[in-house]
Design a protein. Structure first.
Length: 321
């Protein structure tokens, strides 16, 4: 009986969050260990189905770096990553496109459908318009090969699926007007999709527990951040390497209408549900500004030592309650 009461209490706590997010679109960037471990895959995809069941419109944009690395290694191709961007020559692109089309994307769709959801795979080149990206670093232009940047999103294709209560599962390849396919960083692709769909939230699932002030300290997760604080952390060198595309795309999305961005540890069971449907949340929540009462509770951390932000219960916007 006590266990059942706890379940009921959890549902009551989640109720205002269900009401808040009902009818909203949430873009989920799916990658890292959450795509590798079979148990985690089951949990994440089941959670996605639950989001749809309570009236949320989930949209998945997936990576697949480890699967690519295995396939490239089997062919003797060494993967090179610069500032979170995978250098992609013609041989790499052929492998990446094959893995996406035959393995990564259909496996995610099958997993969602197995748990009672309705998902449809969308090859990124069908919806992501792109052009070649060149990286400027230390006054040098670095040629990344067939790495691209998004110039537009065919949002109508995705919105049609959403309106039909189908979960789009989108790969991170783009295509230019000539038909050339480019490798788009999945974090950036997710932000562009969110902007085009006017999504309320973006969730990034990765292999770290949010943004951390000190990656060597498991208790240094920064609970809440604003754009200004992100800029400060970049100048301090706290945000670097592969985290840069995530953070930069988050800032861009926030400046174009996305309300909040969440960085979560995809290795943690049900991290999305705990972040969205509990009062305190568990990862890093990023907003454009710091509205009164928006900071979140995290009893296990001392806010002044890790973030400089007082942690209070997350505020529920009365317009959505």
């Amino acid at each position: 009986m006590i266990k059942k009461n706890r379940h009921a209490e959890a549902l009551i706590e989640a109720l205002p969050h269900f009401q808040q997010f009902r009818g909203q679109t949430i873009v989920i960037k799916y990658g890292g260990a959450a795509m590798e471990n079979e148990d985690l895959v089951e949990q994440v995809l089941r959670d996605v189905v639950l989001l749809e069941a309570v009236g949320i419109n989930p949209v998945l944009v997936h990576g697949g770096g480890k699967a690519y690395n295995r396939a490239l290694k089997a062919r003797g191709v060494v993967a090179e990553v610069i500032d979170g961007l995978r250098v992609s020559d013609a041989a790499s692109m052929a492998v990446i496109e094959k893995v996406i089309r035959e393995e990564t994307n259909p496996n995610i769709v099958t997993g969602i459908n197995k748990h009672g959801g309705r998902a449809q795979g969308v090859m990124g080149q069908e919806v992501l318009q792109a052009r070649k990206l060149t990286l400027q670093k230390q006054n040098r232009t670095i040629d990344l090969g067939f790495v691209g940047e998004v110039t537009g999103v065919r949002a109508a294709i995705l919105q049609k699926l959403i309106d039909e209560e189908i979960i789009p599962v989108i790969s991170h390849l783009g295509q230019d007007e000539s038909g050339q396919i480019y490798n788009i960083n999945a974090d950036i692709a997710a932000a562009e999709v969110a902007k085009a769909l006017k999504a309320s939230r973006i969730i990034y699932l990765s292999d770290v527990n949010g943004l951390m002030r000190d990656p060597q300290r498991a208790d240094s997760t920064i609970s809440t951040l604003t754009i200004k604080q992100i800029n400060d952390l970049k100048q301090e060198g706290v945000i670097e390497g592969g985290m840069i595309p995530k953070v930069d795309s988050s800032v861009d999305a926030l400046q174009h209408g996305v309300e909040k961005v969440h960085f979560l540890d995809g290795r943690m069971a049900h991290s999305m549900l705990m972040e969205l449907f509990t009062d305190g949340g568990i990862g890093t929540e990023i907003t454009a500004d710091a509205p009164a009462g928006a900071a979140r509770a995290r009893p296990s951390l001392k806010g002044s030592e890790t973030t400089g932000v007082e942690r209070k219960p997350r505020r529920i916007d009365p317009r959505h309650a």
